[in-house]
Design a protein around this ligand. Sequence first.
Ligand SMILES: C[S@@+](CC[C@H](N)C(=O)[O-])C[C@H]1O[C@@H](n2cnc3c(N)ncnc32)[C@H](O)[C@@H]1O
Length: 316
Amino acid sequence: MSFLEQKDFIEENDTVILYLSPSSMHAINVREMMKNKKGELIEYIFQTSFGALKVKSLIGVRYGNKVELSRGHAYALQPTPELWTNTLPHRTQIIYTPDISMILFQLDVKPGNIVIESGTGSGSLSHHFLRGVKPNGHLFTFDFHEARVEQAKVEFTNHGVSNFVTVTHRDVIKDGFTEELNGKADAIFLDLPAPDKAVSHAFKALKSSGGRFCSFSPCIEQTQKVCEELQKHGFTEIQSMEILQSEEIVKMRSVQIMDLDFVRTKKILTTCDIELNDNKKHSKEVQKIITSSAPQILPGHTGYLTFGTLSPIFAR
Ligand SMILES: C[S@@+](CC[C@H](N)C(=O)[O-])C[C@H]1O[C@@H](n2cnc3c(N)ncnc32)[C@H](O)[C@@H]1O
């Protein structure tokens, strides 16, 4: 139940994030025993790069505390949607936090909202929507892959958020969203192979007072088709974007500090002027200073996000 509200102490059946380092964390379902390959019940021992952990030893530990492993230590953290996105079992490609942040912001997701999502996939984005719409909103998520639907239901129940989500097994391109959702959604999100084919269903499901639409697609041709469909259905503020997370390289460098008095008195205006003058005279000294620069390699492509607004005058 550890996703629902802040807790002090770890209890049996909680999902705990075992944090070893920023690039090494694991989601663990806290229980004393587990089944081995032969189906026999054995004590649940979790192996990490810093050694083994007896999972039952987590019960009663305060969230955030250090726990000893056989060759080091880790921290037992309460899960957040961000930590879950980093540790969840992948059943599909998932959406990551940089894209998710923009999706939540642009869809203006807030408590009380009705949000529709398809496909559910591995439930990465769903957990972020759920945190946004709680405690009086609801997420309706659809996937045509039955096993993924069942697994998502199990996870939402284990995480204590099942009252805020309805998971439906359905082909939304063929059959649209369920009838009772017509005119009910504040926001709709699509992560489907042919999202343009679901725009007419999204149009039907959005509130007559208007709403926001988003589609994630790795492919620019699909993105273009979605834009065309959105235009046909009267959506406005149509915008596609790519979120590229880029790290700055921060390091100490030896840099020649320019003597600005010299530059001013000699009326040096351009770098070319500087080169014509005695190089040493306009540099006071070499200093080690902290610098930051962009990385040489661009971050990898995930997908394009396409947004649109359905205004009340164009809604059904
Ligand atoms: C890339 S995954 C979604 C990942 C999800 N956004 C996440 O963050 O975990 C795409 C999902 O769409 C589902 N899907 C594809 N076509 C569909 C359709 N026509 N109707 C419903 N679901 C569909 C697939 O089964 C798959 O689970």
